[in-house]
Design a protein around this ligand. Sequence first.
Ligand SMILES: [Zn+2]
Length: 348
Amino acid sequence: MLKTLRTFHDFLAITLANPYYLGAEGPVTLENGTRISIWDTGVLLVEPAVTCQTHTDLVLSSGVHGNETAPIELCNKMIADIVNGTLAVAQRVLFIFGNPQAIHHSTRIVEENLNRLFSGEHSRQPGLVNKERHRAKALEGYVRRFYAKAPSGERNRLHYDLHTAIRGSVHPQFAIYPYPDSKPYYQAQLQFLQQAGIDTVLLHNGPTTTFSYFSAHEFDAHAFTIELGKVLPMGQNDLRQFAEFDYATRAIISESVASTHHEFDLSKMNIYQVSRSIVKQHDGFRLNFAKDLCNFSRFEQGATLAFDNEQAVVVEAQFEVIVFPNADVPKGQRALICLQPAQDVQWL
Ligand SMILES: [Zn+2]
């Protein structure tokens, strides 16, 4: 398959032709010395000729939700440019297409939301009962191996898990900063986001079972879930919208200085913290706004956000901003997140 990749430069096509299984292969060395290895379907390791001079280990995952196509296309293009020699590789990169079967079916999931199965959740009740649970376990193993195989010494571990939102957004590109446990938030990472054209960050307030929290928690990686635009069918994305993200990420891989480099300005970032999560308590739960309302829509004090049976969920603060509303979740799960501008953040 590495031969096919070197001929056609299309790792996504190889992945989709083998959505269940792809045998490990490689490494092979390209003309410029870059080495590539396949670890599994949708999992490709890229390393420069001499790894002892590297300092960064970047995991770039996309397609954890199969219908979120723009980042899949962006990553496939990066891989193509690495294989055809136009993107020089100076740092170690692990590309992951998260859920090849869902990508193959053009659906968000096959049986279960893959991005709720990390940090061991895949093996908790009811256990490894479906493909997504097996995949989550395997992906954890690849990320572990990738970080473990790095040269010794101080490493800059990064993991950007790329998604697109189901609905429109007041801020079309935004990042979720996973809960840092007892560690501070890093401003240098916000600097990357600003260069990447992402001006909005949501600081999460607790442990989750997402892919980005897994890498942050277990490997001390600087990790984000990054939402780039809106869900569209494969091939219909206007990738120019994500040119800044593409450019900033390629700059990490090739260690080139981004020519659009501008001074970091924290005041230009919209930084939100979770004020509360609304949990669906009854089957009769319904949201009190349009189904297609944009993420980050603002509600003033006194506005009714939802009804849980006949109990109104009202904004008590001066205002709240909402994200990820979903009345169709099972009872006991989060149906809505309410945000407020972040205050007193501990930055490093
Ligand atoms: Zn997603």
